[in-house]
Design a protein around this ligand. Structure first.
Ligand SMILES: [Zn+2]
Length: 65
């Protein structure tokens, strides 16, 4: 499955992508909204809860390097 950036509509490689929101489906679990890490700030629907989670992940990655 190819992820597409919500901000620029370009495909996203795994290491460049962040989840900016989660949309609920009418049936099933719904789907995640992705954006390039550099473009996450441009996505208006960014979810503060998701952002907080991603910031925690980034901090953990930075600490591990
Ligand atoms: Zn993008």
């Amino acid at each position: 499955m190819t992820r597409v950036c919500r901000a620029c509509d370009e495909p996203i490689k795994d290491e460049d992508g962040v989840i900016v929101a989660h949309e609920l489906g009418n049936s099933g679990p719904g789907w995640d909204i992705w954006a390039h890490r550099d473009h996450a700030d441009d996505v208006e629907l960014i979810d503060p809860v998701v952002l907080r989670i991603m910031c925690r992940i980034w901090a953990a990655q930075a600490a591990a390097q």
